[in-house]
Design a protein around this ligand. Structure first.
Ligand SMILES: Cc1cc2nc3c(=O)[nH]c(=O)nc-3n(C[C@H](O)[C@H](O)[C@H](O)COP(=O)(O)O)c2cc1C
Ligand SMILES: Nc1ncnc2c1ncn2[C@@H]1O[C@H](COP(=O)(O)OP(=O)(O)O)[C@@H](O)[C@H]1O
Length: 298
């Protein structure tokens, strides 16, 4: 997949199916949009291009809050998902006030047409331009709107998935995403308490602005050297030890290697329970033994 800044584009000659949208999380609803784009691209022998924003649109329009920077995936993972969904060319264009002021027809004429679209594919509710309208087919460019995908009588949406992650319902989020929600971080040093407890935990720091599941205990897989290893993880303040900083910690089962400095990817599979303030290490260990059985059996 070729990635470019739209504003630096010169002389793009490929004929395309152009897909428009932000696609936070590239969930199953988004995947349906790309499946349709691939179908059309194959029949008409076109390349698939995406014109998207680097950040979520509300950043340009609403009073700033740091939550607006939070996404379902890192920028790198988002690019990998575009590629996995068959995208040949990815173009980023910052959504500035100046750009947002153009009408939908100006947007098509002055921007989209630089990407030689024969067909434009969007989701069913996609509107664009300062006039906020659905694009309409013309003699030159056919517009295809992919119908909404539902699960449990409700639209699959990035907002719905974000809300599930925020309350720790990762298994349901995964079912809407069509893949496992993940977090990548660097393994750093903690308080060295894990090894005393009998469960050494790799402490992750996350540099990306992404949603972290709710405080609690989870069944996870970690990806290391291309292999999936089962483990369990805690997100929280280590209440038993009067912790003040929120940590994300993973114990990998049947594993005994140093991980410091590594980039570790954790796949959140299921929520086991909430965080508990135990009256001592012994009761914490007792509970963790039960958690381990649950995580292994998932
Ligand atoms: C699966 C799992 C469940 C945990 N549950 C709790 C808990 O309920 N309450 C708590 O205070 N700490 C809990 N912890 C966190 C431990 O307190 C923490 O891993 C330990 O203090 C080690 O910290 P360290 O990595 O800084 O050495 C849990 C950790 C794991 C891996
Ligand atoms: N099974 C395992 N799961 C996670 N980390 C492990 C495991 N075995 C060894 N380690 C190593 O031990 C470290 C965690 O030990 P711990 O005593 O909790 O120290 P810290 O407080 O620095 O996290 C990890 O960062 C990793 O390097």
């Amino acid at each position: 997949m070729n990635i470019q800044n739209f504003d630096e584009l010169t002389n793009f000659t490929e004929q395309t199916v152009l897909v428009l949208g932000y696609f936070d999380g590239l969930h199953r609803g988004h995947q349906a949009v790309f499946a349709e784009a691939r179908r059309i691209a194959t029949v008409l022998n076109l390349k698939i291009a995406v014109l998207t924003f680097p950040e979520r649109a509300e950043l340009t329009f609403k009073q700033f809050h740091t939550d607006m920077l939070l996404k379902l995936t890192s920028d790198k993972k988002r690019e990998a998902l575009f590629e996995a969904n068959g995208v040949d060319f990815l173009f980023y264009k910052p959504l500035t006030s100046k750009f947002a002021a153009c009408t939908s027809s100006e947007f098509v004429e002055n921007f989209c047409k630089k990407l030689n679209p024969k067909v434009i594919v969007t989701g069913f509710d996609y509107t664009t331009g300062s006039d906020m309208v659905n694009l309409k087919s013309t003699d030159e460019i056919r517009v295809v709107q992919v119908p909404e995908l539902k699960e449990g009588n409700e639209k699959i949406s990035s907002t719905r998935i974000r809300d599930l992650i925020k309350v720790g319902e990762v298994a349901e989020a995964n079912s809407l995403l069509g893949y496992e929600y993940e977090t990548t971080g660097i393994v750093v040093h903690g308080f060295k308490r894990g090894r005393e407890i009998g469960y050494p935990t790799a402490n992750l720091v996350i540099k990306d602005y992404i949603h972290i599941p709710a405080v609690g205990v989870y069944t996870v897989d970690v990806i290391r050297d291309g292999k999936r290893l089962r483990g369990f993880a805690s997100i929280g303040y280590n209440d038993t030890f009067e912790g003040v900083e929120k940590t994300i910690e993973v114990n990998v089962f049947d594993f005994n290697e140093q991980l410091y400095g590594e980039n570790l990817t954790v796949l959140w599979l299921d929520r086991i329970r909430g965080m508990v303030k135990f009256d001592g290490m012994e009761t914490l260990i007792e509970q963790m033994k039960k958690d381990e059985i649950q995580a292994r059996n998932f």
